[in-house]
Design a protein around this ligand. Structure first.
Ligand SMILES: Nc1ncnc2c1ncn2[C@@H]1O[C@H](COP(=O)(O)OP(=O)(O)O)[C@@H](O)[C@H]1O
Ligand SMILES: [Mg+2]
Length: 275
């Protein structure tokens, strides 16, 4: 008998919040890099027309359509070969081992609008990904703020939705709207999700206790709170402005420990699901 490796059980994680700014992109890019550096095969998908993940993982090329195919082409053409849209992620000029990227482009906003009238419009990404998903251990989707068709596609295919909550403009009702939308679209009865605090500054005692209380008293969210918090770290902002993932910007950054902890906690969640 020939050597047979069992198929990978790919985990698809969508990083989502209907607001802008709580940390979707920083989490998506840095979690993807953390998992890739630990030896997992990872595909990062930029599903946001702001293309911030693309900037970080493709050396500042926000208008990636100028350089090659993007997620726009996947949504435009159901028959497109998805492998033509997948590129190796880079930090500056250096290839990041184990990490691939499907880039976005600001024109994605218009493409999504045009997809509104398509039948099976929530399954566009899913159909494409079937062809390559087995090549990866993790697929990480950075979603746009708001609940558009591309976010619907991410929910439809995700095994897990990861929701960053920051101290800025925290809104419980906003979260509830998003959870209802997730339940509506997800194939399962209830979408699998977890919530974690990002941009956590222990000095902000009042804000922290207000947010923590709101979350831990909420019947749906309380059991879904992760232990990991990503601390406030200016190196995160600086790395994003410099268009490189945090690890490649500053290997001593404290928040890297938090991203590693987040990766471990999420891996443990999946192991528990399997058991
Ligand atoms: N833990 C953190 N500490 C400091 N700044 C952060 C942290 N997380 C995110 N930021 C900064 O906040 C801004 C918004 O974060 P981002 O990840 O782009 O949010 P989103 O994708 O949800 O809009 C960015 O400038 C980012 O660098
Ligand atoms: Mg973003």
């Amino acid at each position: 008998m020939g050597l047979q490796t069992p198929p990978r059980s790919t985990k698809i994680i969508a990083i989502m919040n209907n607001k802008g700014g709580p940390g979707k992109t920083s989490t998506a890019t840095n979690l993807a890099v953390t998992l890739a550096l630990s030896g997992k095969r990872v595909l990062a998908i930029d599903s946001d027309q702001q293309a911030n993940s693309t900037e970080v993982l493709a050396n500042g090329k926000k208008y990636y359509s100028l350089f090659g195919p993007t997620i726009c082409d996947l949504y435009n053409d159901p028959r497109l070969d998805i492998s033509s849209v997948i590129i190796p992620a880079v930090a500056g000029d250096t290839e990041i081992p184990n990490l691939d990227l499907i880039p976005s482009d600001p024109s994605f906003e218009k493409i999504i609008e045009q997809s509104l009238t398509r039948s099976h419009r929530e399954k566009i990404l899913s159909r494409h990904l079937q062809k390559v998903r087995n090549e990866y251990d993790y697929i990480i989707i950075d979603c746009a703020p708001g609940l558009n068709i591309a976010t619907g596609n991410a929910i439809y295919i995700a095994d897990h939705v990861l929701v960053p909550v920051d101290g800025g403009s925290f809104s419980l009702s906003g979260l509830e709207i998003m959870l209802d939308y997730m339940d509506e679209i997800s194939e399962q009865d209830y979408a699998q999700f977890s919530v974690f605090r990002n941009n956590y500054n222990a000095a902000n005692k009042k804000i922290n206790s207000f947010i923590d209380r709101s979350l831990t008293e909420h019947p749906r969210i309380a059991p879904r709170m992760l232990e990991t918090r990503i601390r406030t770290d200016q190196a995160i902002v600086q790395s994003q402005v410099s268009c490189v993932p945090l690890y490649y910007y500053q290997k001593s950054a404290m928040a890297l420990n938090d991203y590693r902890k987040l990766a471990r906690e999420i891996e443990a969640l999946f192991e528990k699901e399997v058991a």
